[in-house]
Design a protein around this ligand. Structure first.
Ligand code: ADP
Ligand code: MG
Length: 257
């Protein structure tokens, strides 16, 4: 696997993430009906589409939380759909950061403790190193003054920025964002989007599921529109938003914008 990974790292034209004809069902409910999707290294890709169309399911497949019944999923040269043993899946989850709508910070731990717990326990980092890393990341999300606060003392937007810093503390190869601003008060959405925009600008590979259409257009290299378990259309952000090829994409955007 190491050889494959290093070969891929030296070839930016090979997608870092690729899904090929991915099929996934929950019982008799076929939720992904042949998904093809590519994310280049250092690229930002957004997935938009109606509720229930399979967007979160796609992201959960990329973390090894769900295994499709058909097709192939590759993340940095690893066929993640073939991972069966739990230790291999844990290895994958170290490499793929995941930030959700519900930030799920540990309420009884301070911001600093939230940031170091996984690096200490999962990566086996030493405490001094993990803490200096955490301080640097809190500066990056502009929350260094909240280092000893508890999550309950922070606004939703601040908690979500801590959740992003917590994902970054694992030094992931890519980060998945699943509707991370949907539960926030409107006035704190902007500060979270700013942090994501900076990550994209710095070249972090990002896959976003979002309802923030303007933001998606602004930061994404490529946008995929999903409906009922299929990719209806994908293309460069400007093209998909300004001149969608499909009537269904057009109808969705007319409702969403
Ligand atoms: P989206 O994120 O686009 O709103 P999801 O990927 O969450 O859509 O869900 C797609 C479909 O899969 C929905 O019909 C949902 O009810 C179903 N689904 C999602 N997760 C599960 C699960 N764990 N068990 C059964 N059905 C699920
Ligand atoms: Mg979802």
């Amino acid at each position: 696997m190491a050889t494959l990974d290093s070969a891929v790292a030296g070839a930016p034209d090979i997608p870092q993430v690729s899904l090929r004809n991915v099929h996934l069902s929950f019982g008799s409910n076929e939720v992904l009906k042949g998904i093809d999707l590519d994310v280049g290294r250092g690229r930002a890709v957004s997935i938009i589409g109606p509720s229930g169309s399979g967007k979160s399911t796609i992201l959960r497949c990329l973390t090894g939380l769900l295994t499709p019944q058909g097709g192939a999923i590759t993340v940095s040269g690893t066929r993640v759909d073939l991972l069966r043993a739990e230790p291999e899946r844990i290895e994958l989850r170290k490499r793929v950061g995941f930030v959700f709508q519900q930030y799920n910070l540990f309420p009884h731990l301070t911001v600093l403790q939230n940031l170091v717990v996984a690096p200490l326990r999962v990566l086996g980092r030493d405490r001094a190193g993990a803490e200096s890393d955490a301080r640097r990341l809190l500066q990056r999300v502009r929350l260094e003054d909240k280092i000893h606060a508890y999550p309950g003392e922070l606004s939703g937007g601040q908690q979500q920025r801590v959740a992003i810093a917590r994902a970054l503390a694992m030094h992931p190869e890519l980060i998945l964002f699943d509707e991370v601003t949907s539960a926030l008060d409107p006035e704190t959405v902007g500060e979270v989007l700013t942090v994501i925009r900076e990550l994209v600008d710095e070249g972090m590979t990002c896959v976003l599921v979002t309802h923030e259409m303007q933001f998606a257009e602004e930061i994404s290299d490529e946008v995929y529109f999903t409906e009922a378990g299929r990719i209806v259309e994908h293309g460069p952000a400007r093209q998909l938003f300004r001149s969608p090829a499909s009537d269904r994409t057009r109808a969705f955007l007319a409702r969403a914008l």
